[in-house]
Design a protein around this ligand. Structure first.
Ligand code: FES
Length: 131
């Protein structure tokens, strides 16, 4: 996907997220990740840090801890929901069949990961605390 590097904010270098790892992104240093990037089998996917079980609930118990212990699934640590890292589909837990919200990202020629759309940078929907 082509990216206008002058308008899309760089998030990190693609090499910073190794296969089986995740990286939280806190745009504007708000003190919480608005979304996170997952490397699933060499492909980066980005998901909003908002569990579909409780709309807007953050998912990690500590910074960058978005994956199951085996690194194979995205996991919400509030109530244990698990999601496919490439589709966002919940395959286990209280929101079975629901999906994470994808964040459109792209990698430029220099390997910088950038938002493909800037709407999320303004955090249109406030995130909630754990219930
Ligand atoms: S808030 Fe994520 S599983 Fe309940």
């Amino acid at each position: 996907m082509p990216v206008d590097s002058a308008s899309a904010q760089p998030l990190c270098h693609a090499s910073r997220v190794a296969p089986g790892q995740a990286l939280g992104v806190d745009l504007g240093d708000e003190g919480r990740d608005q979304f996170f990037i997952v490397n699933h089998q060499g492909t980066l996917h980005a998901w909003r840090n908002a569990c579909p079980h409780v709309d807007g609930a953050p998912m990690a118990w500590r910074r960058h801890a978005y994956l199951s212990p085996d690194g194979q699934q995205v996991m919400c640590h509030a109530h244990g929901a698990r999601f496919e890292p490439d589709t966002g589909l919940c395959v286990h837990g209280p929101c079975l069949g629901q999906r994470l919200t994808r964040v459109a990202i792209a990698i430029d020629e220099q390997g910088q990961v950038r938002l493909a759309h800037l709407a999320l940078a303004h955090n249109e929907q406030p995130l909630k605390e754990f219930p």
